[in-house]
Design a protein around this ligand. Sequence first.
Ligand code: NAP
Length: 327
Amino acid sequence: MFDKITLIGIGLIGSSIARAVKLKDLAKTIAITTRKSETLEEARALGLGDIYTLDAAEAVAGADLVILCTPVGAYEEVMKQIGGALAPGAILSDVGSVKGFVLKVMKPYVAEGVHLIPGHPIAGTEHSGPSAGFADLFVGRWCILTPEKSADPVAVDRLTSFWGALGSNVECMDANHHDLTLAITSHVPHLIAYNIVGTVSDLEADTQSEVIKFSASGFRDFTRIAASDPIMWRDVFLTNRDAVLEMLGRFLEDLSRLQRAVRVGDGPAMQELFTRTRAIRRSIITAGQETAAPDFGRPHGTTGNAIVQPEDVTPFAVREHGGGEDA
Ligand code: NAP
């Protein structure tokens, strides 16, 4: 499909792409570049590519597809290095969890003739690094592309076919629409998970209580989401601030309503809400974005070298991670 694919950043997502590209034979050459030599050596030891270099400009030379797979906060620095080295006609894409910011930060460095088509695979786990990836991470998951209206339709088609070959369903949308949608389906749920796990850890320290020892599925499942990469998520909240605040505002209004229902003992209101949310869970399963397998903390199987996370029973069962959703 491509002569040379360059992956910049070779963590969970980059290494999963590398594995899938190899498995499906989608490129003659895979070039890998990253910031730290230890990470590059880990990728080499795993046999993820054909060319390994710490020089990002060298890695992108002659590539017809370049995908940024670093945290979005690193994009500007990466673009400064590669902007002038991108081959005319190359497709430049990424996998970042935020799209408006990405378009803004990448665009100034993109020369005429290079096709900038940002992307976001809605697939991931809470694990990081080259060893965490697996070839079928993207199978049956959505990948959202956010090309500008002026983007070359042939290049968009090529990238759509690429993600299709990795097993994803592809949809194009406006970057801002993506950011608002992901704010509520992924970013705010992560914020809630980080917050509740933080509250519990403070409580445990303050009161020497045994919340961690006796953690039931609700809290335990939040800890899975809250174990997600701190740098990546810091960058998500730094770069999708407006959409997150908009959705957080709505969430807080609804939480106040629920708080009132608990305070006044409004059983019917609670039952109505919990029935509605259960139906949402079922519709996610019906849509094939989750399985109905019970969890209780047991691994259900392995794919590549990563455990496929099973059922998530939290009310915010957004599988950014665990064989499901992303950031
Ligand atoms: P990860 O496992 O932590 O890997 C990040 C990679 O980026 C590492 O190889 C790291 O290498 C490299 N890197 C970091 N800073 C860099 C810099 N300044 N220059 C060059 N390389 C740098 O992260 P990930 O989960 O794959 O996430 C990567 C991207 O995918 C993020 O933008 C995230 O928003 C997006 N995403 C994540 C998920 C998910 O579930 N995790 C899902 C969908 C999309 P070094 O060790 O060399 O620093």
